[in-house]
Ligand binder design. Structure first.
Ligand code: ATP
Length: 245
């Protein structure tokens, strides 16, 4: 899924690579029709951010790792875009935390679930990782949500205490917070309902955020995490990006 014709020295290589991964995932039937729109919204915010990891995003990523590594039942949730863009790093993170990943998609159809589960199993095998992959047989529902998007596994999302839900929809984020979980969101849009409502928000591009999280060490200095200050800092960084243009 990673072959791409563009030259790695191209200034927009990272962005082209992500688009290519989404195109490939769409061909495999992993994505909802609106997936490219959600990605485009993220790209616009990343442009304003200067396509870089800010100091406050780094602090948020460190706090996220601190909470995940101390959780009793951590779980990592993957939707189609997350699977397409960052399946390998999500699996590496799950292996490091010894926790399950759960495929949990907004527009659930049996075809999309099969396509995503098949891809995740393929990547797990290629990376030789021992990770429990949930999503194929939901046996519980997230209270407060209606329809197929409420479906989840008791062993995974339902009973988790700390959950990483990158690129999450605002309603589901709110429902997970209402269940008393520590909800960690990765979202380039500091104005989104998910970014606002989460317990911890990493305002950074998904693959950059995951690589920061994977390079985190227990001994790293841990500056205090302030949710509102993190969002304000992202607004400020984006405004500065505009003012300096
Ligand atoms: P909400 O429901 O939380 O208000 P939304 O309607 O924008 O937000 P979605 O349509 O589910 O939610 O969009 C997913 C979010 O993911 C968007 O806010 C977008 O900025 C963000 N996003 C998209 N691609 C990436 C990426 N690669 N890295 C980080 N964030 C991304």
């Amino acid at each position: 899924m990673e072959e791409i014709a563009a030259d790695p020295s191209h200034p927009r290589y990272a962005s082209l690579l992500m688009r290519h991964r989404l195109e490939a995932a769409a061909k495999r039937g992993m994505l909802a029709d609106s997936a490219m729109i959600a990605h485009g919204r993220g790209e616009a915010f990343d442009y304003l951010l200067g396509e870089r990891t800010t100091a406050s995003a780094r602090t948020a990523a460190g706090e996220a790792m601190h909470r995940l590594s101390r959780a009793k039942r951590p779980v990592l949730s993957l939707n189609g875009n997350v699977a397409a863009l960052a399946a390998d790093d999500m699996l590496r993170l799950a292996a490091r935390l010894s926790c399950p990943v759960e495929i949990n998609i907004f527009y659930r159809t049996p075809e999309r679930m099969t396509a995503i589960l098949g891809y995740i199993e393929e990547r797990k095998k290629a990376l030789h990782l021992d990770v429990l992959v949930l999503g194929d047989a939901p046996d519980a529902t997230i209270p407060g949500l209606k329809g197929p998007r409420a479906a989840c596994h008791k062993e995974g999302i339902l009973d988790s205490d700390v959950i990483l839900v990158p690129l999450e929809d605002g309603d589901r984020c709110k429902a997970l917070v209402a269940m008393g979980k520590t909800v960690i969101v990765i979202d380039l849009n500091p104005l989104s309902r998910s970014a606002q409502q989460a317990s911890i928000t990493v305002v950074d591009e998904l693959s950059r955020a995951l690589s920061t999280m994977l390079s985190w060490n227990e001994e790293d200095v841990r500056p205090a995490y302030d949710h509102q200050a993190t969002l304000n800092d992202a607004h400020k960084a984006m405004l500065e990006g505009l003012n300096n243009a």
